[in-house]
Design a protein around this ligand. Structure first.
Ligand SMILES: C[S@@+](CC[C@H](N)C(=O)[O-])C[C@H]1O[C@@H](n2cnc3c(N)ncnc32)[C@H](O)[C@@H]1O
Length: 245
């Protein structure tokens, strides 16, 4: 059982790389067979709202560099280009599933968005690729700098990682996430995370207690529902901003 801020999570297959490989291998086959681009996690509404949030706070006119953690089939990044005209050359999606990366690249090719970089990377243990627009990349590499990104996005990946197997010390792999994500963000840049397993308050508690220079910035409002005397939203999207170090 995984405990995060008092909430118990059973580890599950949704937290394993094998699961996601199998999911995206199936989706890749189906894209090749019938052109189906695969599942839209949390539905179109969450994509539209994340894109709107980005357009308001990290507008395309600033030519921001944007990284998605666990980009799956790439729909969120494609939507940034299709809906708000973000520059594909400044977008990157990383995923630890090779089939997800292959699927996202195939769809990008079909949409003539090959300039979006999709790269295989387990971001809890590896650094994402240095974007080609970083001019002093060798120097950056030598300095170990990875904070190249104006906006880091997550839709469902934190949730999946929270369900991963515990290590020998009994910790869920998600304990590494806030600091790993924070180090990728430029000072002044943002992390926008959408979850179906954590409420806004839980996300704040999980990200703001770490020593990672993140402060709460804003959140996206979703329609709420009431059930059994409780009310809440199906999803939570919270934006954190990185302070200068
Ligand atoms: C719920 S899916 C969401 C995919 C995508 N963000 C979307 O909204 O369609 C979670 C994704 O996280 C990826 N993932 C999980 N752990 C990861 C890790 N440590 N590094 C990179 N990707 C990871 C999975 O392969 C999967 O694509």
């Amino acid at each position: 059982m995984i405990m995060l801020n008092g909430i118990e999570f059973e580890s599950s297959k949704l937290g394993s790389k094998e699961h996601w490989e199998a999911v995206y291998a199936r989706e890749l086959n189906s894209f090749r067979d019938i052109g189906d681009e695969g599942e839209i996690w949390f539905g179109q509404e969450s994509i539209d709202k994340m894109v709107q949030w980005a357009a308001e706070h990290v507008p395309p006119s600033d030519d921001p560099a944007i990284l998605e953690l666990g980009s799956g089939n790439g729909t969120l990044l494609f939507s940034l280009v299709e809906q708000e005209d973000y520059s594909p050359q400044r977008l990157c999606g990383i995923d630890y599933s090779s089939s997800a990366v292959e699927l996202a690249k195939s769809i990008a090719h079909q949409k003539a968005m090959q300039d979006i970089l999709f790269h295989m990377c387990d971001f809890l243990h590896q650094d994402p690729p240095l974007p080609s627009f970083v001019s002093n990349s060798e120097e950056q590499k030598n300095l170990g700098q990875v904070d190249n990104w104006d906006l880091v996005l997550d839709k469902g990946t934190y949730d999946a990682i929270a369900l991963g197997e515990k290590d020998e010390q009994g910790r869920s792999p998600v304990f590494r996430y806030p600091s790993q994500a924070a180090r990728l963000i430029k000072p002044g840049g943002f992390l926008l995370i959408t979850s179906c397993n954590f409420t806004e308050e839980e996300l704040k508690a999980n990200f703001l207690t770490q020593v990672n220079n993140l402060v709460y910035h804003s959140s996206i409002k979703y329609p709420t529902f009431s059930f059994g005397g409780h009310s809440g939203a199906k999803y939570s999207s919270v934006a954190f901003q990185k302070t200068s170090q």
